[in-house]
Design a protein around this ligand. Structure first.
Ligand SMILES: Cc1cc2nc3c(=O)[nH]c(=O)nc-3n(C[C@H](O)[C@H](O)[C@H](O)COP(=O)(O)OP(=O)(O)OC[C@H]3O[C@@H](n4cnc5c(N)ncnc54)[C@H](O)[C@@H]3O)c2cc1C
Length: 346
């Protein structure tokens, strides 16, 4: 009978990045997904690697900054292994903020600086800043993760819904609707489907394809963000909605986002919409991820990455792989402990 060292439930960016990290460390890994691997939040994201966004909670900042630092090498290895590009861009972000008090990584821009950097951009009286942040195309990044995992011989099985993960004599038994598997350890990477206290937070977005290139940097404004891709398409996002597992795309929400973006980039108003979609971010009550061991020996959680799961994938993989090996976490993860919620309800 085939055996594994670790079974991962959920083949999104968190689960597959962890599988690659564990496999590189010599472990045999099985990944189970209830649907098509990679088809949920991780393919639906914008791909801003916004480590310095003032909205990022202070407790998350060290993890976000470390993961942003790891990203170039993470992409280099993935692109080499998968033999494909993921549109990793290092142009930086222009941030229009509602306040002039910002983290030190924000460099203030004059009107002249702004015109020079982005001639098509219109400001509406916001303090403007440049931030050295990168971006990536999450759809391509997810495909590259799956291709790299496949080439590395990692077994990823779709349409295997995990219904429970419980202790057994050899470690953890992972039960699906059709099968049972055992391994020394297991990790819950089921994103918005990880169960209480994780809940889905819907985001709608769209792509437009302007006739000419009108933006090089990522734009972050108070009510909208705009992310250019190297192909010329431009992503506009996103809503944050608490509507359960509903992924319906609402045309008026999409038009609202387009109007908000066209306020800053007037050419966008006439650009054709080429795609619109919705994804479900894994939210938590305190907006922080859940990373660490559970009360069940051998069972870990890596979930609840909310708005930053693409950014946080490399550091989460490194931390959880280290925990599974029994070592100390390379960064403090006490703020992300699964126990913080059981303590609240006890
Ligand atoms: C509109 C939008 C914009 C975003 N923009 C950004 C951004 O700019 N930057 C950023 O860093 N992050 C962004 N995010 C957040 C990011 O997408 C998520 O935090 C991240 O994708 C979460 O990854 P995951 O692997 O945990 O979840 P997912 O990608 O959702 O993967 C979870 C997987 O678990 C599977 N699953 C569910 N139930 C079961 C089960 N019972 N058994 C087995 N498998 C199961 C699902 O099928 C799915 O494949 C955005 C998200 C959205 C929706």
């Amino acid at each position: 009978m085939k055996t594994w060292d670790t079974i991962i439930a959920g083949a999104g960016i968190i689960g597959v990045s962890l599988a690659l990290e564990l496999q590189e460390r010599g472990a045999r890994v099985l990944v189970l997904d209830s649907g098509e691997p990679g088809h949920e939040a991780s393919s639906a994201a914008a791909g801003m690697l916004a480590a310095f966004d003032p909205e990022t909670l202070p407790a998350l900042r060290p993890l976000a900054v470390e993961s942003a630092r790891m990203f170039p090498e993470y992409v280099r290895k993935l692109e080499a292994a998968a033999q494909m590009q993921v549109d990793f861009r290092r142009m930086g972000t222009i941030a229009f903020l509602e306040t002039a008090s910002t983290p030190p990584e924000h460099k203030s821009l004059s009107t002249h600086d702004l015109e020079r950097l982005e001639p098509s951009l219109r400001n509406h009286g916001h303090p403007a800043f440049f931030v050295q942040e990168d971006s990536v195309d999450p759809h391509l990044l997810m495909l590259a993760n799956l291709a790299a995992a496949c080439k590395a011989g990692i077994e990823i099985r779709g349409h295997q819904k995990v219904t429970s993960m419980r202790p057994c004599s050899s470690g953890v038994e992972v039960v699906t609707e059709a099968d049972r598997f055992t391994a020394r350890s297991a990790v819950d990477c089921r994103g918005a489907w990880s169960g209480t206290p994780v809940k889905p937070r819907k985001g709608q977005m769209l792509y437009v394809q302007p006739k000419t290139s009108i933006l090089r940097h990522v734009l972050r404004a108070p009510e909208v963000y705009v992310v250019p891709r190297t192909t010329g398409k431009i992503l506009i996002g996103a809503t944050v909605e608490d509507v359960g597992y509903d992924k319906t795309v609402n045309p008026s929400a999409i038009q609202g986002l387009l109007n908000a973006a066209a306020k800053y980039l007037p050419e966008l108003a006439s650009a054709p919409i080429t795609q619109s979609w919705a994804g479900l971010r894994p939210g938590t009550p305190d907006d922080l991820p859940i990373i660490g061991p559970t009360e069940t020996p051998g069972l870990f959680v890596a979930s609840g990455h909310f708005r930053n799961g693409i950014l946080l994938a490399p550091v989460t993989a490194r931390i959880v792989a280290g925990l599974i090996e029994g070592g100390p976490a390379p960064l403090s993860i006490s703020a992300f402990s699964p126990a913080r919620f059981s303590r609240q309800t006890a």
